[in-house]
Ligand binder design. Structure first.
Ligand code: FAD
Length: 381
C-alpha cells in the first residue's frame, strides 16, 4: 500500500495551498461580512486550471485525477469554504456532469468556457418540495415544436445567480419517481429562465446560493444531456464524485479549525501559562487532529477508488459522513478553545463554525449518508 502522493499531486496541492494563503483567509472576511460574491478572487481560479480540474485537456481542462481535485478542494476550503463550494459546484456538479454524459458537440460547446473560467457553472436537482427525496422532483419538461419547455423551480442552488451554464433535472415522462427524469443544459438568457434573489445564509456568505426559476423556459432540443429518462441515474453518478469533493471540503474546514485553535492556544495565556500547556486542551487538539487525519484518509481513498474506475459510492458516503461531522466537531471545539474570542467576528473561527454546518447538509445530509451506508452493508435495495 502506498500512502505517498505523486510529485504532480504534491505540486498541485502546494499551488492550491499557496493560493489559499495569499488570496483567502483574512482577505475573504470583508466579502463574508457583506454577503458579497468575490468575483475578483474567483476569476483567479481559472488561470490556475482549478475551474477545469476534471475536464480533459482536449477541451481546455487540466485533466486532473480525483485525488488531485480533492486536494485542491481541501486547500481552498482550508483558506475559505465559500470559495471552496463555488469551485466544487462548478466542477463536481455542472462541469463533470457535462464531461461525463455530454455528446461530443455539447462537450465542444460548453466545456472550454467552463474550464477556462470564462463562465461559471451550476447544477439544479433540489426543489422547494424535494431535497433528500430527489426522485420526487416536480419540474416538468415537454417537447413542443422542436424545443423543450421547462416549468418549475430549483431551490438552494450554488452559483445560481453567477453561473451562465446550468445543468438541471426535470421530469419528461409520466413514469413515477426516478423513472422519467431527464437532464438539460441551460444557458442564462434563454427565454423563461432566471434566478431568484440570493438567500441570506447561516454561513458561506461569500458564496452565491439562489433559486432557479423556470417559467416556460425554452431550451433547444439538442440540449438534452444524455439519454431521455436517465437523468436520475446520471445525477446519482455525479453525486458520487460530488460527495468526495464535499468530504474534501469537510477536511479543509476541519483543518482550518485546528489551525486556528493551535494558533490561539500558543498565544493566549491564563493562570500564568499558555493555553497550549493545559492538559484538557491538549487532549482536545489531539482528538481533533486525529479525526482530521482519518477524514483525509477516507476522502483520498474514495478519490483513489474513483480514479481507478472502481465503485466509489459506499466509500464516498463514508468519507462525506465522517469528514462533515469532523468539520462540525472541530469548528465547535475550536470556538470553545477561543472562549469569548471565538464568539465574535474578529476571529476567523467564528466564520469557520458557521461554514462547517453546510457540509452535514449539502450533497445528501448525514442521515442520508447513514441510510446509504447501512443499505449497502445490509444488502438492502
Ligand atoms: C448552501 C447550500 C447549497 C446547496 N447547493 C445545492 C446545489 O448546488 N444543487 C442542488 O441541487 N442542491 C443544493 N443544495 C440542496 C441540498 O442538497 C439539500 O438541502 C439537501 O439535500 C437536503 O434536502 P432538503 O433541504 O430538502 O432537506 P429534507 O430532505 O427536507 O430533509 C429534512 C431533514 O429530514 C431528514 N431526512 C430526510 N429524509 C430522511 C430519511 N429517509 N431518513 C432519515 N432522515 C431523513 C434530513 O436528513 C434532514 O435532517 C444546497 C443546499 C444548501 C443549504
Amino acid at each position: 500500500m502506498d500512502f505517498d502522493l505523486t510529485p504532480e499531486q504534491q505540486q498541485i496541492r502546494d499551488v492550491a495551498r499557496e493560493f489559499a494563503r495569499a488570496e483567502l483567509g483574512d482577505r475573504i472576511a470583508p466579502f463574508d461580512e457583506r454577503h458579497e460574491f468575490p468575483h475578483e478572487i474567483v476569476t483567479k481560479l481559472g488561470p490556475l486550471g482549478f475551474l477545469g480540474a476534471l475536464v480533459g485537456e482536449e477541451f481546455g481542462g487540466a485533466g486532473l485525477d480525483y485525488v488531485s481535485y480533492a486536494l485542491i478542494v481541501e486547500e481552498l476550503c482550508r483558506g475559505d469554504a465559500s470559495i471552496g463550494i463555488t469551485m466544487w459546484a462548478h466542477n463536481s456538479l455542472c462541469t463533470d456532469h457535462i464531461a461525463t454524459f455530454g455528446s461530443s458537440e455539447q462537450k465542444r460547446k460548453y466545456l472550454p468556457p467552463l474550464a477556462s473560467g470564462q463562465v461559471l457553472g451550476a447544477w439544479g436537482l433540489t426543489e422547494p418540495g424535494s431535497g433528500s427525496d430527489a426522485a420526487a422532483l416536480a419540474t416538468r419538461a415537454e417537447l413542443r415544436d422542436g424545443e423543450w419547455v421547462l416549468n418549475g423551480s430549483k431551490a438552494f442552488i450554488t452559483n445560481a445567480s453567477v453561473a451562465s451554464t446550468v445543468v438541471v433535472m426535470a421530469r419528461t415522462g409520466p413514469e413515477r419517481r426516478s423513472k422519467g427524469i431527464s437532464t438539460f443544459i441551460l444557458e442564462k438568457g434563454m427565454p423563461g429562465f432566471s434566478s431568484g434573489k440570493p438567500y441570506r445564509k447561516l454561513g458561506l456568505h461569500a458564496s452565491n446560493t439562489a433559486e432557479l426559476i423556470l417559467e416556460g423556459a425554452r431550451v433547444p432540443e439538442a440540449n438534452l444531456l444524455g439519454e431521455r429518462g436517465t437523468g436520475f441515474e446520471q445525477a446519482m453518478k455525479v453525486l458520487e464524485g460530488g460527495r468526495i469533493a464535499m468530504a474534501a471540503m469537510g477536511v479543509g474546514i476541519a483543518q482550518a479549525a485546528v489551525d486556528q485553535a493551535v494558533k490561539y492556544m500558543k498565544q493566549r495565556t491564563a493562570f500564568g501559562k499558555t493555553l497550549a500547556e493545559f492538559n484538557g486542551l491538549q487532549g482536545m487538539i489531539a482528538d481533533l487532529a486525529t479525526e482530521v487525519e482519518v477524514a483525509r484518509l477516507l476522502t483520498l481513498r474514495a478519490a483513489y477508488l474513483k480514479d481507478t474506475g472502481r465503485p466509489a459510492m459506499h466509500a464516498a458516503a463514508m468519507a462525506k459522513l465522517f469528514a462533515s461531522e469532523a468539520a462540525m466537531k472541530a469548528a465547535t471545539k475550536a470556538v470553545q478553545i477561543h472562549g469569548g474570542a471565538g464568539y465574535i467576528t474578529e476571529f476567523p473561527v467564528e466564520r469557520i463554525f458557521r461554514d462547517a454546518k453546510l457540509t452535514e447538509i449539502g450533497e445528501g445530509t448525514s442521515e442520508i449518508q447513514r441510510m446509504l451506508i447501512a443499505r449497502e452493508i445490509l444488502q438492502l435495495t
